[in-house]
Design a protein around this ligand. Sequence first.
Ligand code: ADP
Ligand code: ZN
Ligand code: ZN
Length: 677
Amino acid sequence: MTGLYADVIVDISHERVDRPFTYRIPEDLQGKLCVGQAVNVPFGKGDSQRKAYVIGFRDSVDFPPDRIKEITSTADKDLPAEAILLKLAAWMRETYGSTMIAALKTVLPASKRVRSRGKEPLTEEDVKDAEQTIALSEEQKHVVDSIVADYDQGVRKGYLLQGITGSGKTEVYLRLIEEMIRRGKQAIVLIPEIALTWQTLHRFEQRFGDRVTVMNSTLSKGEKFDHFEQARRGEIDVIIGPRSALFTPFQNLGLIIIDEEHEGSYKSETMPKYHARETAEALAGMVPGGASILMGSATPSMEALYRARNGSYGYFRLTRRLTGGTLPSVEITDLREELRAGNRSPFSRSLKQGIEDRLREKEQTMLFINRRGMAGFVSCRSCGRVFKCPHCDVALSAHSGGRLLCHYCGHEEPQPQTCPDCGSRYVSRFRAGTEAIESHVKKLWPEARVLRMDADTTRTKGSYERILKAFASGEADILIGTQMIVKGHDFPRVTLVGILAADLSLNTGDYRAAERTFQLLVQAAGRAGRGKRPGHVVIQTYQPEHYAVRLAAAQDIDSFYEEEIRYRGLLHYPPAAHLLAVQIYSAGEEEGAVCADRLKHLIDREAGRDVAVIGPAPAMIGRINDVYRFGLYLKGEDRGALERLKDTVEESVNSDRENGRMAGITVQFDFDPLRGF
Ligand code: ADP
Ligand code: ZN
Ligand code: ZN
């Protein structure tokens, strides 16, 4: 699609992406330009010729057309890396909804270079490994050979590599990257924010020397830009980093690896709210020759499993732990029974005994508190009943004034004083923070050396690593922590893992609660018994019969998938269908509600019968920083239909804004959201 005029950005390698400029398209180029096309344009004083990139088209302009300059000519036959990134930004804008500038700022590091360390181009020698190559296991070899064979036959697709930690996934990544480098290709390795241990990093550096570089969140903009420049100049072949590493301007990208692909940090929380997996797929289709994508996880997302099982991804499993050590034994303790037996402490009798044994044997314990569900779900402490919405199968959450509220449909009811099932008066919000647990531990075992890891204790730079290092070197007997302690690290002396409130995250009020809980429990359980001694795991829960708890204890991913996909299919949730969250933020409560209603009517009018519209309802957290939040949910099997509705809403909001009717209101879009809103 083109028009009479093109919007271009000039000088994207500097900080000029702040605004596009409009140029007339000369007759001979009409209909011949596409987004991402490099062109030469007159720019600035004296109209010196500059290279620019087309980012969009228009048929009219708001100012006198005679003041518009004309594009001089097209530049470069081949699409350079940055042109592909512009295309990707355009794709992100269209797919997820946002302004073009926000999309551009996401893919282009708009900052000047700070330093430059030159590197020699790669030689054969760099690629050849020293004799230290370990022989791949049969399973690993199968994965590497299959993907390489596909690649050499021109097949480009996604692959899921499912295997527990220690089963040799990273080794597979390293081999595949070597194969890519041999073919003159480059690789991007995405990792969740804090998952990269120095051991892993060391392995990459050993293999690829200074041809690999690591991007992390502590880098300054300038340093990030410098990494990207190295990639652009072909001085590195591998970049490791969080989801933004996807936008590395490699000239010959061949492989994208997404490690721990189920992690929530692969979804952007700001506009455009893109998912790294989908965006990697779009990028892989845009680069010359195409790229392959390998996703690895011990607990794959429902999305990846869905595609692996329906054949759109290649599907490989690594079934053995190569580092020795056996899978831990897992025990579920029922907190309702503990209460019945008069135990009001946060530790079941079994866990308490286990901790005492470990202290005596000088072995380590990890206590994991599942905090994600702290948003305020209400349950009966005697029978475990969770108060749920009668229309939506999600947990109601407590709001001020003693009300229970459903965030999906707006259903409201008073919070009962007694449990309607068992009559107990112990109906309450669940509260059990890491600090409370720490003080319980110190009271029960004054001699125990305790470390605590949560948002409070990891606020300062380096504290996260410091705590982990201290625990690894045996400076403490017990590590208490939130989700943070579940990731990546190996502690061979840990023989007991206690999961204090396994079902808390089941009640976060969104459709992914069971999936997230299952993943967390499997990963947490996997922390025990990495060394010579066998490990034991105690899962404490009010819902021992829940399939996420039961199947996590059995480490049974297949059965969990079967159960969960049935539920998703029945209720038309992703990955069985698509869900678009329209999120309305407003300075005033009334305006927000009115806007939400208006959008609801607009969507109702435009939506076909195959799209269900739910809401509007106040968001899970109805106000943050004095901004009110409302959500509208659209469900349907055809993602394209949802994207078109998104366009309709976007256009309506933009024209309202131009007419001054959207003061203080922002509308955002989130496709297949990972989190409740
Ligand atoms: P994952 O990424 O699944 O956690 P890794 O690739 O890190 O697994 O492998 C776990 C450990 O096993 C590492 O110490 C690695 O060096 C070792 N390892 C990997 N593959 C092999 C192999 N084929 N033979 C022997 N050791 C291996
Ligand atoms: Zn009850
Ligand atoms: Zn509801």
